[in-house]
Structure formats: structure tokens, C-alpha cells
Design a protein around this ligand. Structure first.
Ligand code: NDP
Length: 311
């Protein structure tokens, strides 16, 4: 059984910033990288809004730099996903594969993932014309017809971005009013390549993974219940994100959407010694820089907590 003073779950900007700070405080932190090492930024292309990179930086490269910085000060990395945690007593117990780890403090930086519709056909065609990341996959749809599902800011942003490649982008929304902010709506509505299909609930994505991928989306009209197929070559799901916090259900306090609740101005959770940072506790900003900021806070909170315990 390995024991840790600071165990950090997640290797996105929040987790790796927590590691840099905890390592520089001589706490020899360990980071469990999770199933998507580097987090959501590894599936983006260029990051233009992270301060300090005036020319922009590729998401995966930025996360390598974060990791190198954490390694430089003595962070240990473990691979895989933690499958079970017990936060009822300290040190906390965590299961990683066949191993059991204990931790005096835990930093939860498990991030968020794009929500999916939950259709069997969506799962089958994921990567074969279905995507949840326009910046990752838009490039593959040069001169193609696309659908974007959703009516929020993400959907508007993805649709606008995809017009760089596609001949036409149809936004399929389940209501007749967008949720997106006015400025994002206006930008999308002004774009001649974007069309809106209202009151449309996707019920099936058509196509064959072995034969060229997606060919269309079947939508049901919410008023008439009539179904029709919209022919497209790709479908981008942009219906929001959900925090990766299932592991902590029943142990950490969360809001109704599963975001971990932290005490204002801190990263403290309801369990003393457990700190949450990044998208796992932030439904609002969800930016690399804010995640890094709260990661720094979590490491400082953990350091102070340990100091108070051990003097
Ligand atoms: P939102 O929750 O704001 O929007 C999700 C959209 O998807 C809604 O229109 C919703 O419909 C629709 N939807 C949800 N579930 C389903 C489903 N099962 N089937 C069909 N449609 C569905 O998420 P976003 O990711 O768009 O935005 C999240 C936050 O991030 C917001 O605060 C947003 O402002 C912010 N953001 C800001 C950006 C910017 O300013 N550049 C860019 C991207 C995000 P309905 O409206 O009916 O609920």
C-alpha cells in the first residue's frame, strides 16, 4: 500500500498546477493521470487565450509543458483511473487498478466531459462522423454538410467554427429559442453558412462506421412528432458538459448537476482534507486559466491543512 501526503486526481490544468505548487512546497505530490492524460485541452487545437502565450499554443503541447514543470519539482505520476474511494476516515483510501493507495490530503481535479445524447447510433458512429469537439475534428469535414446539436454558446461556437470547413452547418435545437448569449446567437445568425432547425430532437444518427460513416440524422418534431432525415456527413454534439465526479457521489457534497461544492473563496469540500478544483467544481467559467488558478488554491489549501495537522 502506497501512502501519499498529497494525492491529486486529474492531470489537466487544475491537477498539474496543484502539483507544481505542492511539489515546490516539498510535499512530493502524486498525480493520478486518469483516462485522458492532460484533460480536455488535449482534444483541442490552438489555445489563444492562455496568458503568457501571445502567439497561441497547441492544447496538447501546453499540457506537456504543465507536466514538465510539475515533474521538474518532483511530482510522481500514476496512470489509470481510481475506481473506488473511501473518504470517511483519514488517511483516505483509494483503489487504482489492483493497488490501494492512502492519502492524507486529496485534490480532486477530475474535470468535466462533453455530454452525449445517449443514442446507440451515436456511440456506434463516434469517430466515424460523430464528434463532440469541433476544434479537434472540424478539419476532416472540408466541403461537407454538417449538423450541430444544441442551442447554447458551445453549439453556436462550434457551428461558427465549422463553417471554416463545411459548406453548410445546420444547428438542430430541441426548442424554438436558443439558450446561447445574444452576441453568440447574433454571430451565428449572421453567418450565411449556418441554418437553424427548430423543435428538432435527434432520435437516430444514420450511417455505417465501415462504409464512410455518418449519412444523416433522424429528427422528431416536438410539436407534430413527425420524423424526418436530415442528410449530413457529420454530426457535432454540443449539448454541454458534465463533471467527472461520479466516484465521489454520496461522499462529497455536490449540486444537482454533480459539480462539487466548495466553500466560498477556498477549494475546501465538506470533507476536511479533500479539496476540489478545476471544472469538477466549476460550472461557470470552465477555462484553462481559471482551472489552473483553482489548482493553485487547492495546493495551498492542502499545504495549510497538513501544517495545521502536523504543526
Ligand atoms: P448549455 O447548458 O448552456 O446549453 C446546452 C444546450 O444543449 C441547450 O440549448 C440545451 O437545450 C441543449 N441540450 C441539452 N441536452 C440536450 C439533449 N439531450 N438533446 C438535445 N439538446 C440538448 O451548455 P453549453 O456547453 O452551450 O454552455 C455551457 C456554459 O459555457 C455556458 O455558461 C456558456 O455561456 C459557456 N460558454 C461560453 C462560451 C463563450 O462565451 N465563448 C463558449 C461555450 C460555452 P435547452 O436550451 O432546451 O436546454
Amino acid at each position: 500500500m502506497a501512502s501519499h501526503r498529497v494525492l491529486i486526481l486529474g492531470s489537466g490544468p487544475a491537477g498539474l498546477t496543484a502539483a507544481v505548487y505542492a511539489a515546490r512546497a516539498n510535499l512530493q505530490p502524486t498525480v493520478v493521470e486518469g483516462s485522458q492524460p492532460g484533460g480536455q485541452l488535449t482534444i483541442t487545437t490552438e489555445v489563444e487565450n492562455y496568458p503568457g502565450f501571445p502567439k497561441g499554443v497547441m492544447g496538447p503541447e501546453m499540457m506537456e509543458l504543465f507536466k514538465a514543470q510539475a515533474e521538474r519539482f518532483g511530482t510522481t505520476f500514476l496512470y489509470g483511473d481510481v475506481t473506488k474511494v473511501d473518504l470517511t476516515k483519514r488517511p483516505f483510501t483509494l483503489h487504482l487498478g489492483d493497488e490501494v493507495h492512502t492519502a492524507e490530503t486529496l485534490v480532486v481535479a477530475t474535470g468535466a466531459s462533453a455530454k452525449l445524447l445517449g443514442l446507440p447510433s451515436e456511440k456506434k458512429l463516434m469517430g466515424y462522423g460523430v464528434s463532440a469537439c469541433a476544434t479537434c475534428d472540424g478539419f476532416f469535414f472540408k466541403d461537407k454538410e454538417l449538423a450541430v446539436i444544441g442551442g447554447g454558446d458551445t453549439a453556436m461556437e462550434e457551428a461558427s467554427f465549422l463553417t471554416k470547413f463545411a459548406t453548410r452547418v445546420q444547428v438542430l435545437h430541441r426548442r424554438d429559442q436558443l439558450r446561447a448569449s445574444k452576441i453568440m446567437q447574433d454571430r451565428a445568425k449572421r453567418n450565411p453558412k449556418i441554418e437553424f432547425v427548430w423543435n428538432a430532437v435527434p432520435v437516430e444518427i444514420q450511417g455505417d462506421a465501415d462504409k464512410g460513416g455518418v449519412t444523416g440524422v433522424v429528427v422528431e418534431d416536438t410539436n407534430t412528432k413527425a420524423r424526418r432525415t436530415i442528410a449530413v456527413d457529420g454530426v457535432f454534439i454540443a449539448i454541454g458538459h458534465e463533471p467527472n465526479t461520479r466516484l465521489f457521489r454520496g461522499q462529497l457534497e455536490m449540486d444537482e448537476r454533480g459539480y462539487i461544492i466548495t466553500k466560498p473563496r477556498t477549494t475546501e469540500t465538506n470533507v476536511p482534507g479533500v479539496f476540489a478544483c478545476g471544472d469538477a467544481q466549476d460550472p461557470n467559467y470552465r477555462q484553462a486559466v481559471t482551472a489552473a488558478g483553482t489548482g493553485c488554491m487547492a495546493a495551498i489549501d492542502a499545504e495549510r491543512f497538513l501544517e495545521a495537522q502536523h504543526g
